[in-house]
Design a binder for this molecule. Structure first.
Ligand code: GTP
Ligand code: MG
Length: 352
């Protein structure tokens, strides 16, 4: 299929033309999510650049340095029926942050507002407050954006897989993966990692950026193929019976359960951590007590040794004095009986 054909299909898409009619939907919301600075805003710029085919602009305020900075959920209209949403990137796959991510993905929080990383039940409060502002007519397509530059450590695989699977359960659509910075790092390895996680649709490209926006057919085609795939997927799903109001309620319920479960898990973890701390404290105390009694025993031994040394010296001194006295007596009073041996007595004590 050539570029014009892709463009024709994408611009002609309308929910009204689906087999069962629009069933209450009127726009596709492509929700980009992923870790900080992996090229989400740049991908929006790339899609706008390809679609509008004019001058390159930094529509989505992509970072000009090698890191990200989007803090709001901003919608960018691409066609009459397709809008891209730049969600806030997350630092880590921590459960409360990912709770927030699923609330964003489920479109349960208002667009165009700052994204805070609420903890636990305060997220539920925000969802309840936002209820009236949220439209049920958006069909959500989750898209996980990952930079090939950032290699995935083996211990991260399960976390990413679980985020992708939860996103699928939350939105009812299996996330598409977009790999950015495709020429930096190993594209083959990164693709294989995502395929092994069960991801079926992966697109890879070098985003158009402020530094590099020379139009290439390869990049234009990849973006149009991506948008075409989104449309095919949406059509496939909307050809089945749908109820957008009930689906929104289900998404809300899903996130309530998610927050509840992660709060329970967190409480369990805290309890375990507290137990481990108490155990470590006890071990330290025992160790300290052991060290103290060792020091005490050494001190006592030193005192005993000193005392023994003193007695030994006293004994030697007396023995020498006795010997001297005996020798003198032998010379002066050869027949006189000698005095009792004082040194022997001390030695007997000493031996005891
Ligand atoms: N070479 C190259 N640079 C890219 C690509 N995609 C993004 N960048 C650069 O990477 C940096 C971060 O890109 P952003 O698009 O701001 O990342 P982000 O995912 O929106 O970041 P957050 O908003 O914080 O989540 C910027 O300096 C971009 O120019 C790409 O495909 N190739
Ligand atoms: Mg951004």
């Amino acid at each position: 299929m050539d570029i014009d054909e892709y463009k024709r299909i994408i611009s002609n898409f309308s929910f009204d033309k689906c087999k069962r009619g629009n069933q209450g939907f009127n726009r596709i919301l492509i929700q980009l999510f992923g870790l900080l600075g992996n090229g989400k805003s740049s991908f929006i710029n790339t899609c706008k650049y390809v679609w509008e085919d004019g001058e390159y602009k930094n529509w989505a305020n992509a970072a000009d340095v090698d890191e990200g900075h989007t803090t709001e959920r901003i919608p960018y209209k691409l066609t009459g029926n397709i809008t891209l949403v730049d969600n806030r990137g997350y630092k880590a796959l921590d459960s409360y942050e990912t709770g927030e991510i699923f609330a964003q993905l489920g479109n349960l929080l208002p667009l165009g507002k700052m994204v805070e990383w609420s903890k636990g039940f305060s997220l539920v409060d925000r969802i309840v407050k936002a209820e009236k502002e949220i439209k049920t007519s958006d069909f959500i397509v989750p898209v996980f954006v990952h930079s090939v530059k950032r290699s995935i450590a083996p211990q991260e695989i399960n976390d990413i897989k679980s985020v992708i699977t939860t996103a699928m359960k939350q939105t009812g659509v299996y996330p598409i993966v977009v790999l950015t910075c495709k020429t930096t790092g190993s594209l083959t390895d990164t693709e294989a990692t995502f395929r092994n996680m069960g991801v079926e649709r992966i697109f890879s490209l070098e985003n158009y950026t402020l530094q590099d926006n020379f139009k290439t057919r390869g990049r234009h085609e990849e973006v149009l193929k991506f948008l075409h795939e989104v449309i095919k997927d949406v059509q496939f799903r909307v050809d089945l019976p749908r109820d957008p109001v009930r689906e929104m309620k289900d998404r809300r319920q899903f996130i309530m359960n998610y927050v509840h479960e992660s709060e329970i898990a967190k409480q369990g973890e805290n309890l375990e951590r507290q137990k481990a701390m108490e155990k470590a404290l006890l071990e330290r105390k025992l160790q300290q007590a052991g060290q103290e009694s060792e020091v005490k025993a050494m001190k006592e031994k030193r005192l005993r040794d000193q005392e023994l040394e003193k007695q030994r010296e006293e004994f030697n001194r007396m023995k020498a004095a006795d010997q001297a006295r005996q020798q003198a007596e032998v010379h002066v009073h050869i027949s006189k009986p000698s005095k009792p041996n004082k040194t022997k007595k001390i030695w007997d004590i000493f031996k005891r």
